[in-house]
Design a binder for this molecule. Structure first.
Ligand code: PEP
Ligand code: MG
Length: 601
């Protein structure tokens, strides 16, 4: 037996035989052709065809997503499919834009005209170079974009078909391979049974095409926890371990593997003891999920009568069925920027209104906190024209960006105010550092409300306006900010980043560096706790700012909640209750475990 460790990014235990992903990139035909015009036409027609195919796929995904959303899923399990369909549609739409990228086209044209490359080789090489440039920018977001570019190139090549089928004869002296559309090809030794897939990396498109009946889980050498592949794995409910480096040897092909998507542990040819450990954990997970279901409908109150509101963080209206299935008391953070990313222009007022209305209506009177656009930093949209910044996390983002684009902000505020007529809306501004920012934003909101009143458009009589406290500046002047706002929501993710001067997007590394050096570790070593990372939301400096914020909120008589990832940390629940935090907002699957924790205090 060999025990290895990568980074677990999608929970669950999987057991099966290992199969290396065969991408068949070496099968791209390569030859020179003096007919540059003909090769250019092949590329041009293929990219249009690829866009049509991608758009069709995106529409199918949207359809799946909508069907799921209106189907009022009652099981947490159905959430996975719905969320992945919506996110998949957005990823595909972004890929359709990339396929028509003028820079990619120019790079292909140069290869075809100057070196007389055939169209397949030209597009694969041009995309490979573009992807390398993007990946060199180094962060997780860019790694995911680089994978998208390569995926798009494969789709264009697949859309070219064979030269014969395009009315041309194959160049002599060359053996042309069948060009397959991108798909998962399971090695022949294990194709008949479900497998655990191993790959250098999987593009989002490849992940989307994984046949869930055949793929029990996957392990990739590269990847990033915040990349689309990891997100899709989580939403598809496929256990996944990334960042496994070079630890999976070719001779493991076909061997029995156990993997743990929570801890990142991988056991090759496990012994009886290891099997018992993994299977025992899988059993415990199953039993735990069953017992938690009994807590639905019960309040989050401690034995001593203290309570805390448990709400969900969401990205899309399609996430609402999971919120309801997990019996959350409301939505504490709707990251509205998800509606703005992966597209070529901002969503219109109508489109935004419809998304907000859907969420408010579905929540049926339960509170819904919608955060205004938090773009910038790692959440870039080309149409916002932000340009390159040396330190984007410290640059034009959140409320700064919205105040700098008053028309964009006004459209969002109008959509929000109109949607308020359909439920219990609270509006929240992100990345606040100064009182004047809140005053400016509230002034614009006041103007929007006057405008709607004049038009005779309905909106709720009371729309609480709050802020995210996620910068040290906001926490330190929270006494003053509390006088301007109706509530605080503490964003521990950014508060940690800015307090500790530590990039939250930093690439994660496996817990035990010895493992990445391709050194199998003993069972005991594999269980060693991870070294304490520098990015630490439990740092006393972060907790002091958090306490100060809650104290200042209480003094001003406004509620304070937490919507950063720390809210789901059950080791912290008792502390949060003791300092008077009124709300915790967490991913849907964390609601019932937190409720259990609170009821046991
Ligand atoms: C936070 O910073 O804690 C937060 C909730 O916002 P986001 O993670 O979207 O930046
Ligand atoms: Mg934040």
């Amino acid at each position: 037996m060999v025990l290895l460790r990568g980074i677990g990014v999608s929970g669950g235990i999987a057991a099966g035989r290992l199969s290396f992903y065969k991408r068949q990139e070496g099968d791209i035909p390569r030859y020179t052709d003096a007919d540059s015009e003909g090769q250019w036409r092949r590329f041009d027609e293929a990219r249009c065809e690829a866009v049509r195919q991608i758009q069709r796929l995106a529409e199918q995904m949207r359809g799946m997503s909508e069907a799921g959303a209106s189907g009022a899923a009652s099981e947490a399990g159905s959430y996975a499919g719905i969320a992945s369909a919506e996110e998949a549609a957005q990823i595909l739409e972004a890929q359709a834009v990339m396929a028509m990228d003028p820079e990619l086209a120019e790079a292909v044209r140069v290869r075809i005209r100057q070196t007389h490359d055939n169209a397949e080789a030209a597009v694969m090489d041009a995309a490979g170079e573009a992807a390398a440039r993007i990946a060199a920018l180094g962060d997780d977001f860019m790694t995911a974009r680089a994978a998208d570019v390569k995926d798009v190139a494969r789709r264009i090549v697949a859309a070219m078909g064979r030269p014969e089928t395009m009315g041309r004869s194959a160049p002599t002296g060359r053996r042309l391979q069948d060009m397959q559309p991108p798909e998962v090809r399971i090695s022949e030794s294990t194709a008949a049974v479900p497998v655990i897939l191993a790959a250098d990396d999987l593009t989002p498109g490849e992940t989307l095409h994984l046949d869930r009946a055949k793929i029990l889980g996957f392990v990739t050498a590269g990847g990033s926890a915040a990349g689309h592949t990891a997100i899709l794995a989580r939403t598809m409910g496929i256990p996944a371990v990334i960042g496994a480096g070079g630890i999976l040897e070719p001779e493991y092909e076909g061997q029995e593997i156990l993997m743990d998507g929570d801890t990142g542990e991988i056991a090759v040819a496990p012994d009886a003891e290891t099997r018992a450990r993994f299977f025992g954990k899988a059993d415990r997970r199953r039993r735990e999920a069953e017992s938690l279901a009994a807590l639905k409908g019960k309040p989050a109150v401690t034995g001593g009568g203290r309570s805390i509101r448990l709400c969900c963080n969401i990205s899309f209206p399609a996430d609402v069925p999971a919120v309801i299935a997990n019996d959350a008391e409301g939505i504490g953070l709707f990251r509205s920027e998800c509606l703005f990313l992966g597209r070529t222009s901002a969503p219109s007022e109508e489109e935004q209104f419809e998304a907000y209305r859907q969420v408010l209506s579905a929540m049926d009177g339960r509170p819904v906190t919608i955060r205004t656009l938090d773009a910038g930093s790692d959440k870039q949209a080309a149409y916002l024209g932000l340009g390159a910044e040396a330190n984007p996390a410290l640059g034009n983002r959140g409320i700064r960006l919205s105040l700098g684009c008053p028309e964009l902000f006004r459209v969002q505020l109008r959509a929000l105010a109109r949607a308020s007529a359909y439920g219990k809306l609270r509006i929240m501004f992100p990345m606040v550092t100064s009182v004047w920012e809140v005053a400016e934003a509230k002034k614009l909101f006041g103007q929007v409300l006057s405008e709607l009143r004049r038009e005779g458009t309905a909106f709720a009589p009371e729309i609480p306006v709050g802020i995210m406290v996620e910068t040290p500046a906001a926490a330190l002047i929270s006494d003053r900010l509390a006088k301007e706002t109706d509530f605080f929501s503490i964003g521990t993710n950014d508060l940690t980043q800015y307090t500790l001067a530590c990039d939250r997007q930093g690439r994660e590394t496996p817990a035990d560096p010895a493992v990445t050096d391709n050194a199998p570790v003993s069972d005991k070593e594999a269980q060693k706790p991870a070294p304490r990372p520098v990015y630490d939301p439990h740092h006393p400096a972060v907790l002091r700012l958090l306490e100060l914020t809650v104290k200042n909120a209480a003094a001003a008589g406004i509620p304070a909640g937490i919507c950063g990832e720390l809210a789901a940390d059950r080791e912290m629940t008792e502390y949060f209750l003791s300092i008077g935090v009124g709300e915790l907002s967490v991913p849907p699957r964390d609601i019932l475990p937190l409720r259990k924790k609170i009821r046991n205090l």
